[in-house]
Design a protein around this ligand. Structure first.
Ligand code: FCB
Length: 470
């Protein structure tokens, strides 16, 4: 990606992004590919979890999803039609190593090879995520991310993918949202593997970071030019800006959500307050000499996923939140208020500006890329007409995206080195525990026919890209 240049036209409602700003969309393997048993793919922890009664809405699974595995060429053609310049996809580890270890499965690599070539033929930059939550079940059986070996295996897997695609892909990211993998996977159990064990969650945090460090080192020594990681930092706000107790709650939650990842990645190691908090829950013997140095090796790009802020109050009777071990008896998480998306998430674009500015200030020197931002809304397709496909007029999504792009632009205007924006998501897809009932796509998917129909937001985004602004 190119150097940043100054945004223009700030005085009017019309805004223009820097030259070479990267516009695109994102997806993830388990959410769209389907083809769960094709070409030697092994089971992942999400295959198991989605089959566990009560874990995913109506027992939905990723078995078929958007059938992107078979329809990728048409999907890429649609991306090109919409003018996307970049496409962030994830590689399914269980396609490459069905058991999580051992020799790479060439047929699994072939798929990403075809996808990459198709993207490049269409002039779309591929951006790879190596881990978007679909851990091979065989590694899950050995403790998943609570097992230090998983971090080592991750580096081996990353090397195998790089060996096949490294000649054509420039931007490599290791993990997607380790916060979700660790806390939703092991603390509140909302995501695979569905454990509820705070000590396991903190162990997983460290091993995920270690996995990043080992994979980043392996990618770099194999010749990768741009290596990064995607996090989902939270914009944590006090219920009462004047309250010292609320400020303390913000500090605690910020530590558990943001600094526990960002400090080791970008500031040399875990912060003392977080270390002390974790030590009250589990003795951190899993942190070994040299780990922090490895994790802190410089990266070329930090991916930011942003959806909503969260508001907290410091209260001794606070129920806390299972996703933040140790917040019970200290923090009250306010229920989301104001306009909400279909996920029940607050719509607050200013949170994105605050977050980007804060990260740029606290962790200077690393270029940022918005690797996900978007919203689920209960899209209501209109009736099919004989001469046209179903229409989806998703004005609420357009408003959400417009607001967040303006917020991102504001951060650039204030000096943040933001290189691009990838909307979540290209297609409606399997929204984890919510199954297919939550739709995030700018392209509507009819799951019965697999027909794709660009929503109004897709046409709007096409226009944004072609003008490089709003
Ligand atoms: C993020 C995930 C992505 C998608 C969006 C809505 O946390 O990275 O896969 O589910 O949320």
């Amino acid at each position: 990606m190119n150097e940043r240049s100054e945004p223009t036209n700030r005085s009017s409602n019309e805004i223009r992004f820097p030259e070479h700003f990267l516009w695109g969309a994102a997806t993830a393997a388990y959410q769209i590919e389907g083809a769960a048993r094709d070409d030697g793919r092994g089971p992942s922890i999400w295959d198991t979890f989605s089959r566990t009664p009560g874990k995913v809405y109506q027992g939905h699974t990723g078995d078929v999803a958007c059938d992107h595995y078979h329809r990728y060429a048409d999907d890429v053609a649609l991306m090109a039609e919409l003018g996307l310049r970049a496409y962030r996809f994830s590689v399914a580890w269980p396609r490459i190593q069905p058991d999580g270890t051992g020799p790479a499965n060439p047929r699994g690599l072939d798929f990403y090879d075809r996808l990459t070539d198709t993207l490049l033929d269409r002039g779309i930059d591929p951006i790879v995520t190596l881990y978007h939550w679909d851990l091979p079940q065989a590694l899950g059986d050995r403790g998943g991310w609570t097992n230090r070996d998983t971090a080592e295996h991750f580096a081996t897997y990353a090397t195998a993918v790089y060996a096949r695609l490294g000649d054509r892909i420039d931007v490599w990211t290791t993990l997607n949202e380790p916060w979700c993998s660790a806390y939703l996977g092991y603390a509140n159990g909302l995501h695979a593997p569905g454990e509820q064990d705070p000590a396991a969650a903190f162990t997983a945090v460290h091993h995920l970071l270690l996995g990043h460090g080992l994979a980043a080192r392996a990618l770099r020594s194999a010749g990768a030019r741009s290596v990064g990681v995607t996090v989902n930092p939270a914009d944590v706000r006090p219920a009462d800006p004047q309250s010292a107790a609320d400020a303390a709650a913000v500090r605690l939650v910020d530590g558990l959500h943001n600094r526990i990842f960002l400090d080791p990645l970008l500031a040399g190691g875990y912060p003392d307050d977080v270390r002390e908090h974790v030590a009250r829950i589990v003795e951190p013997t899993f942190i070994r000499d040299g780990d922090e140095k490895l994790i802190a090796a410089p990266i070329d790009l930090l991916g930011i996923n942003y959806y909503a802020p969260s508001y907290v109050a410091g209260r001794p009777d606070g129920a806390g939140n299972g996703a933040y071990p140790g917040t019970e008896g200290a923090v009250h998480f306010l229920p989301p208020a104001g306009p909400l998306t279909d996920m029940g998430w607050m719509i607050e674009p200013a949170g994105l500006t605050r977050l980007l500015e804060r990260i740029a200030a606290d962790y200077p020197g690393v270029p940022l890329l918005i690797t996900e931002n978007g919203a689920a809304f209960p899209d209501k397709p209109g009736a099919d007409s004989p001469d046209g496909p179903t229409q989806v007029i998703d004005a609420d999504r357009i408003a959400y995206l417009d607001g967040h792009l303006r917020a991102a632009h504001e951060a650039i205007a204030r000096g943040v080195d933001l290189r691009g924006y990838l909307v979540w998501s290209f297609l409606d897809n399997f929204e984890w525990a919510e199954g297919y009932r939550k739709r995030f796509g700018i392209v509507h998917v009819d799951y019965l026919t697999q027909r794709r129909t660009p929503k109004a937001s897709a046409r709007w985004y096409q226009e944004v890209i072609s003008r490089n602004g709003l």
